[in-house]
Design a binder for this molecule. Structure first.
Ligand SMILES: Nc1nc2c(c(=O)[nH]1)N[C@H]1C(S)=C(S)[C@@H](COP(=O)(O)OP(=O)(O)OC[C@H]3O[C@@H](n4cnc5c(=O)[nH]c(N)nc54)[C@H](O)[C@@H]3O)O[C@H]1N2
Ligand SMILES: Nc1nc2c(c(=O)[nH]1)N[C@H]1C(S)=C(S)[C@@H](COP(=O)(O)OP(=O)(O)OC[C@H]3O[C@@H](n4cnc5c(=O)[nH]c(N)nc54)[C@H](O)[C@@H]3O)O[C@H]1N2
Ligand code: SF4
Ligand SMILES: [Mo]
Length: 691
């Protein structure tokens, strides 16, 4: 039996793995050695976790590098040396011809900390390119931007997930936790058994909403107005914690003035939420000792996502919650390493440990660890969507190396982005299966998957955990670390390029030391002994280990003056308003049994693979002549798709919902970006629906 964690979402449920004749045996793993801060998974797994071994023996695994034959256009098997030689020489040639930014990298929030770190180093040291970003921009980047602005640091949850049970009220804004991290929803049930209340804000009555006490169903894209209206009522009720606001925040008086005109009837007109329901929630928040606000993608995946999160942080600050036990604000990050993957340098503007690529002292620190001159580290590059949009254009990169993302399915405005990928001189994809993106590549590199390698992940709570290798990989695959080091060496990069995860982690510790996400005090041994360590965890002082930091903000926020910033935001609404031609709101998201672009889960036989569908209310279905199970045509200005109708009365009559796990809906989604996080507006566009 080997200790590991699930290959999928940010809950990173504990697993015990053992090899079996059919492949891999998986069992949930109880929390060991733990008297405080138990893991958020409650010792359980969801359906995806239980069946994750299905890819082990699968014939769909890639087991040989492939190169596209220029004459026939077909992919043919080659050995690793040939594949890496070809990639390295073409990267070098593109650099020689067009400069270092001709080569670009796209990473993923599912990669281990070690891989994210080494990928960032590959870009800056081996390729000298500024052009690296990752799919985390699709995910929680608006919450990250808001957290940095308001609190001075971005750790999704500043407290362990099980703290939910200590709250009096938990507000879930755009989270369908019961389907997207099912074991975590048990904390909601226990909170309610204790008499606590759950509020869900979602245009759909989801399985999560079915477990709530109050459900608000705003029109997609109207969350800022809703939050402004709640703060208006909280202030009117005299429920602002004036001492907290005075001592622990700045800017609150401006915020207070800015919500003065957001009376409930105005909010009702914009959000469709009856003013009585808004008052009910405001009263609940105003009268509770411990309020916890949690946002997820429904709140964040908008061109106004950062503003929505800031507006909710203002509510939490007004009530005096951040830093109080069992209360505060947090973001439920999504991908397996959604937290760690955003800390160690695969972002366009970032160096390891949350260091800034534009800060001279940060550059000097990391350059010393890498053994290079700080002047050789490039500056800030393009954000994910802007990077993809620039591919193959005269000013843009000519090559892209993809690790850990299936762009063809998951990027917004996907038809245009797919055309950009096809226009490249060189597309290299490292994957475990032939994803829709790998199928377009010039070179495909087959890599190991989670149980076949080791490495650390940082879960949604900021808890750094360790996956151990449990089984031997199939012949012909190599780890991402091998691949990165193999390219770096062929490119003649300076410094060391270890391929053993623990050795890479030792270098990451040094690079992050003194940064905001400080991992210097975390070791593989400590993670093993403690079943996870929370960052920041600085290096030992006088031989004394730092305990790690499960809870932030008890005494101070991370801004130099220790205070949180209350920031004024205003309602702008969706980038694309409904019109006579496109009268319905289209929103997108997830179902329990599929994960992300589906590259992994659609290949697991035990999981239902029903294809995309359109959730539609009976009233709207009646108007367009749609019948349950029969095909519907959905169009936006960018594209169209057909999928069967699922007629349900749990969705607003002015909105349809389509899951994104199958190719289709992202041909329709809007690529309008949030001005500060550069997050695309996946969660609302204007569409036309016909039978
Ligand atoms: N089963 C499953 N679990 C997953 C994943 C998966 O693919 N499948 N992916 C993981 C990842 S990476 C992530 S990021 C998380 C995502 O986890 P969640 O954020 O919980 O998932 P979503 O379904 O994207 O969106 C949540 C809800 O937002 C609602 N919503 C849509 N528009 C709006 C709006 O304008 N305002 C509000 N308030 N709500 C709105 C949707 O109806 C939906 O129910 O899940 C993780 N877990
Ligand atoms: N319409 C719409 N679109 C969305 C969203 C939405 O809500 N609506 N959500 C967005 C969000 S939150 C996210 S996070 C993205 C996710 O979308 P993607 O970025 O496409 O993420 P995955 O589908 O997880 O793709 C990961 C790929 O990497 C491969 N892989 C897995 N592990 C490894 C590894 O260790 N190494 C390597 N090299 N490859 C590996 C998998 O097989 C898969 O092909 O989608 C976004 N797109
Ligand atoms: S909740 Fe997430 S981490 Fe846990 S088993 Fe399911 S997919 Fe895996
Ligand atoms: Mo995500």
């Amino acid at each position: 039996m080997t200790d590991s964690h699930c290959p999928y979402c940010s809950l990173q449920c504990g697993m015990a793995l053992s090899p079996s004749r059919s492949g891999l045996q998986i069992a949930p793993r109880a929390d060991r050695n733990r008297t405080s801060n138990p893991r958020g998974d409650d010792g359980a797994l969801c359906r995806k976790g239980w069946t994750a071994g299905g890819l082990r023996g699968s014939r769909e695994r890639l087991t040989s590098p492939l190169i596209r034959d220029r004459a026939t256009g077909e992919l043919r098997a080659v050995d690793w040396d040939e594949a890496l030689d070809v990639v390295a020489s073409r990267l070098a040639a593109l650099r020689a011809e067009h400069g270092p930014d001709a080569n670009a990298i796209f990473g993923g929030g599912g990669l281990t900390n070690e891989k994210s770190y080494l990928l960032g180093k590959l870009a800056r040291v081996a390729l000298g390119t500024s052009q690296i970003d990752y799919n985390g921009r699709w995910c929680m980047s608006s919450a990250a931007s808001a957290g940095n602005q308001a609190f001075g640091v971005d750790r999704g949850l500043p407290f362990p997930l099980a703290d939910i049970e200590e709250a009096d009220v938990v507000v879930l804004v755009g989270s369908n936790m019961a389907e997207t991290m099912p074991p975590a929803a048990r904390h909601l049930d226990r909170l309610r058994e204790r008499g606590g209340k759950v509020v869900v804000i979602d245009p759909r009555v989801t399985p999560t909403a079915a477990r709530a006490d109050v459900v608000l169903q705003p029109v997609p894209g109207s969350d800022v107005a809703l939050a402004l209206g709640l703060l208006h009522l909280i202030d009117a009720a005299g429920a602002v914690d004036e001492t907290y606001v005075r001592e622990r925040t700045t800017g609150f008086e401006d915020v207070r003035r800015s919500v003065a005109s957001w009376w409930p009837e105005r909010v009702e007109r914009i959000t469709g939420v009856p003013s009585g329901e808004l008052r009910e929630v405001a009263d609940l928040l105003a009268g509770s000792e411990r309020v916890m606000v949690l946002t997820a993608r429904g709140a964040e995946q908008h061109a106004t996502g950062t503003d929505t999160v800031l507006a909710w942080i203002n509510i939490a600050l007004a009530l005096g919650m951040p830093g109080r036990p069992g209360a505060g604000y947090g973001c439920l990050t999504g991908q397996g390493n959604g937290q760690g993957g955003r800390e160690h340098g695969q972002k366009a503007d970032q160096l390891p440990g949350y260091r800034s690529i534009t800060d001279p002292a940060d550059r000097a620190h990391v350059a010393a660890v890498w053994g290079v001159d700080p002047a050789t580290i490039p500056g800030k590059g393009r954000s994910a969507y802007e990077l993809l949009q620039a591919l193959g254009t005269p000013e843009g990169p000519k090559s892209l190396l993809v690790l850990g993302s299936n762009i063809v399915v998951s990027a917004p405005n996907a038809t245009e982005i797919t055309a950009r990928l096809q226009s490249l001189d060189l597309l290299v994809v490292a994957d475990i299966v032939m994803s829709e993106t790998a199928a377009l590549a010039d070179v495909v590199l087959p890599v190991t998957q989670w149980a076949e390698e080791g490495g650390t992940m940082t879960n949604l709570e900021g808890r750094v955990i360790l996956r151990h290798q449990a089984i031997t990989p199939p012949a012909g695959v190599r780890s991402d670390l091998d691949l990165i080091a193999g390219l770096a060496e062929r490119l003649g990069a300076p410094g060391v390029w270890p391929t053993d995860p623990e050795t890479v982690f030792e270098e990451l510790r040094a690079a992050s030391s003194g940064g905001k996400a400080d991992y210097a005090g975390i070791t593989y041994d400590r993670i093993r002994a403690e079943d996870g360590v929370f960052w920041p965890c600085p290096a030992p002082v006088e031989g004394e280990d730092h305990p790690g930091t499960p809870r932030l903000f008890a005494d101070a926020f991370a801004h130099p003056d220790g205070r949180a910033r209350a920031l004024v935001v205003d309602h702008r609404g969706p980038a694309e308003e409904v019109s006579a031609d496109y009268p319905v709101h289209l929103t997108t998201g997830r179902v329990l049994a599929q994960y992300q672009s589906g590259a992994q889960t659609r290949r697991i036989r035990e999981l239902p693979d029903e294809g995309a569908f359109v959730e539609i209310h009976p009233l709207l279905a009646g108007r367009v002549g749609a019948r349950d199970g029969e095909p519907l045509l959905i169009r936006t200005v960018r594209g169209e798709m057909k999928a069967p109708a699922r007629v349900v009365d749990t969705i607003r009559p002015d909105t349809v919902f389509v899951p994104f796990h199958w190719v289709g809906v992202n041909k329709l989604t809007n690529d309008a970006l949030d001005p500060s996080s550069r997050m695309p507006e996946f969660k609302v566009s204007a569409c036309a629906v016909s039978a």
